[in-house]
Design a protein around this ligand. Structure first.
Ligand SMILES: NC(=O)c1ccc[n+]([C@@H]2O[C@H](COP(=O)([O-])OP(=O)(O)OC[C@H]3O[C@@H](n4cnc5c(N)ncnc54)[C@H](O)[C@@H]3O)[C@@H](O)[C@H]2O)c1
Ligand SMILES: O=P(O)(O)OC[C@H](O)CO
Length: 316
């Protein structure tokens, strides 16, 4: 049995994709009423409308029901992961696969470091890469990165004919790719929302990628990991699709409009965390820092655009 923590869009989509292949999946959610509704309707109308649960999915509000899982996928928003782990020490010892993208604002740790700190007896991994929950749930072809010190068994456990997992041991590179691209996706949304055009977005994505690689390499990641699915691949997807919540949040910011605060926008907190991290390491991340300042209302949109366009001319 595969355990999944978090019945949001992504956790539910993974449950459906794996369940459709006949694999037994237990999907945990914290809210008993939500679990009861999913059990009754065999769907998660709030997060993944129009997708029926295969028979092999069981839903539960009891975390102990995941005790026998071959692996537990943690599909929670990044800023909720640390608290969840603190309150559920019983997971220690089980293989734990982070499915979240971001950096914890308080500790400046990524998901696998948080898991390793809370559950030192667990094998840890991260599943990341370009994938919208709705696409996965519809059975559309998707390729992801599974990063772990030794992820071969997990790769086979979690791959399906339409959900193809590529394996790497560069955990830090894979998780930073997923975390940092969300910040650049907000910036790409700002560019489009402010009406600066497709050429400006391409420039932003390219310079954004340069700063992603700069920080990741300084933290020990391999540049080729950033060039793969979890970095470049996810950057392209998220910066160019209105399916992305990070992109849509940026669009609203750029257009001076409000945005539903209940929608998960991982890049917002991660922008602040990465800005703090880069500052302490004396690494230049102008786009990320601009987005952090913009979200915090420390600068206005015209000021942000002017600051980026008037940076000293330099070699590419
Ligand atoms: N949605 C996608 O297309 C997609 C694709 C790839 C990766 N991801 C990643 O998956 C992670 C989860 O995103 P999502 O889209 O499923 O978000 P979501 O907003 O759809 O769902 C988040 C779920 O987590 C639950 N939750 C929040 N705080 C919790 C807590 N403290 N304890 C227990 N449960 C809690 C919520 O009730 C909700 O069910 C994010 O890091 C995101 O970047 C999402
Ligand atoms: O909707 P977003 O912006 O959280 O993006 C979802 C996934 O990360 C895309 O790979």
């Amino acid at each position: 049995m595969i355990g999944i923590v978090g019945a949001g869009a992504f956790g539910t989509a993974l449950a459906v994709a794996l369940g459709r292949e006949g694999r037994a999946v237990t999907l945990w959610a914290r809210d008993g009423a939500h679990v009861a509704e999913m059990a009754r309707t065999r769907a998660n109308a709030g997060r993944l409308p129009g997708v029926a649960f295969p028979d092999s999915i069981t839903v539960t509000a009891g975390i102990a029901d995941l005790k026998q899982a071959e692996a537990v996928l943690l599909s929670l928003p990044m800023q909720a992961l640390r608290g969840f782990l603190q309150h559920n020490p019983g997971l220690n010892g089980q293989p734990l696969v982070a499915c979240c993208k971001g950096v914890d604002l308080l500790t400046l740790k990524g998901p696998t470091a948080l898991i390793a700190a809370a559950c030192p007896n667990s094998v840890t991994a991260i599943l990341t890469g370009p994938s919208f929950a709705a696409d996965i749930a519809r059975g559309l072809p998707t390729a992801l990165t599974l990063a772990s010190a030794d992820g071969e068994a997990l790769q086979h456990l979690l791959s399906t004919p339409t959900l193809r997992l590529y394996r790497t041991t560069d955990v830090i590179g894979a998780e930073l790719g997923g975390a940092l691209k969300n910040v650049i996706a907000i910036a790409a949304g700002v560019v489009m929302g402010a009406g600066l055009g497709d050429s400006a977005r391409a420039a932003l994505m390219t310079r954004g990628y340069a700063e992603m690689v700069r920080l990741a390499q300084a933290l020990g990641a391999r540049a080729e990991t950033l060039a793969g699915l979890s970095g470049f691949g996810d950057l392209v997807l998220t910066c160019t699709s209105a399916q992305s919540r990070n992109f849509r949040f940026g669009q609203a910011l750029g257009a001076g409009q409000g945005f539903d605060p209940t929608v998960t926008v991982e890049g917002a907190a991660t922008a602040k965390a990465v800005h703090n991290m880069a500052k302490s390491m004396d690494i230049d991340m102008p786009i990320t820092s601009m987005i952090a300042a913009l979200i915090d209302n420390q600068i206005t949109l015209p000021q942000a655009i002017t600051a980026l366009l008037t940076r000293p001319l330099k070699q590419e």
